[in-house]
Design a protein around this ligand. Structure first.
Ligand code: NAI
Ligand code: MG
Length: 345
């Protein structure tokens, strides 16, 4: 439902399910305190939508995103069985959200690593995620052989590399690392590496760039994560490394993500609907709040984005501000109250 009276930039809001509504409630209250930069159009998707309208991704929700070009999405449970395709993959394909951006920054001190500040840029539409898979039967074993085809295109590699280098320049980053497996997957990821290196040459006077083989990169992220700044990689490697990077800064409750295309951008937390803690006031809303900060940056609203990040840093800096996943006792809504107090203060 559109809220025609509120000021701000029209944006679609999908509360999601599981812990979604609890953490979205905090985000809405905090954004009201920030001066309502967005005019939310609340829409359903996921299992709630399925129960109401028989569709995980109703046409009204798609129409709203098409109109606003901007969405903040709570986590959505993917029903197991029944042949449902992931709503997230459908959204990426429908709106051609080719870039997945996942920044990771140490906020809570005293964890495994201090002063982490990395951004992973993942190609979101190509590679092994195109889903061209099949079995080859042998004798009476219908699944004797499994095959998958990965597809990388020069145009797709160029587009994501350009996005990563532009992002790096815009955000005053110093280095881009291209991550691949071109020593083995010579065509599939060789094309990605070669194309990204060519793009990098256009930025050589502004930034440094290098490359790493994915397995070595994974090890280096554990041994010395501070050597990395912006990492750009293919779909599957980016998926794996971004969860690893989230682990460097305290896990899923702290990890935001942006899915960006030419005509639309969808912001979300990296974590899922956490059914094990839903409805108990235990969820940490930080990842979704940080996704909201990315959304502000995307609209060049850098001042409120900074204000929000600073408030989160302050509240989580004290033990009394932390939710259970961070070793604290603060409830989801109390954490929201503390943030609002800090923002008003
Ligand atoms: P999950 O991310 O929901 O939960 C994994 C673990 O992390 C759980 O123990 C959970 O309690 C904890 N956790 C996650 N977010 C948290 C938060 N904000 N605060 C505190 N603790 C948090 O992953 P799981 O259990 O594998 O998936 C549950 C459902 O979510 C599945 O249906 C899955 O398909 C869906 N999912 C949806 C995503 C999305 O909408 N973007 C992404 C990942 C999973
Ligand atoms: Mg993943």
């Amino acid at each position: 439902m559109a809220n025609a009276t509120s000021p701000g930039i029209p944006a679609t809001l999908i509360p999601g399910d599981g812990i979604g509504p609890e953490i979205v409630d905090v985000v809405v209250r905090v954004f009201d305190t920030l001066g309502s930069p967005f005019a939310w159009e609340t829409c359903q998707a996921g299992v709630n939508a399925l129960e109401k309208s028989g569709d995980l991704l109703p046409p009204e929700t798609l129409a709203s995103i098409r109109r606003t070009g901007l969405a903040l999405k709570g986590p959505l449970t993917t029903p197991i069985g029944g042949g449902f395709r992931s709503v997230n993959v459908r959204l990426r394909e429908t709106f051609q959200l080719y870039a997945n951006v996942r920044p990771a920054r140490t906020i809570v001190p005293g964890g495994r690593y201090e002063k982490i500040d990395l951004v992973l840029v993942r190609e979101n539409l190509e590679g092994l995620y195109v889903g061209h898979e099949h079995y080859v039967p042998i004798g009476d074993d219908a699944h004797a052989v499994a095959m998958a085809t990965g597809i990388n295109t020069r145009a797709g590699a160029r587009r994501i590399a350009r996005f990563a280098f532009d992002y790096a320049v815009r955000n005053n980053r110093k280095k881009v690392t291209i991550v691949h497996k071109a020593n083995v997957l010579k065509a599939l990821t060789g094309l990605f590496l070669e194309t990204a290196q060519q793009v990098g040459l256009d930025y050589a006077d502004q930034l440094e760039f290098n490359d790493r083989i994915v397995d070595a990169c994974a090890m280096q992220l554990v041994l010395n994560p501070w050597q990395f700044d912006v990492i750009v990689s293919t779909n599957l490697f980016g998926d794996i490394l971004s969860d690893q990077i989230a682990g460097l800064v305290g896990g899923l409750g702290m990890a935001p993500g942006a899915n960006i295309g030419e005509g639309a951008a969808i912001f979300e937390a990296v974590h899922g609907s956490a059914p094990d803690i839903a409805g108990q006031g235990l969820a940490n809303p930080t990842a979704l709040l940080l996704a909201g900060a990315l959304m502000l940056d995307h609209k060049n609203l850098h001042a409120p984005a900074k204000k929000l990040r600073d408030a989160i840093d302050d509240v989580l800096g004290a033990e009394s501000g932390r939710t259970a996943d961070l070793g604290g006792k603060t409830s989801t809504s109390k954490y929201g109250d503390l943030l609002i107090e800090r923002l008003r203060g």
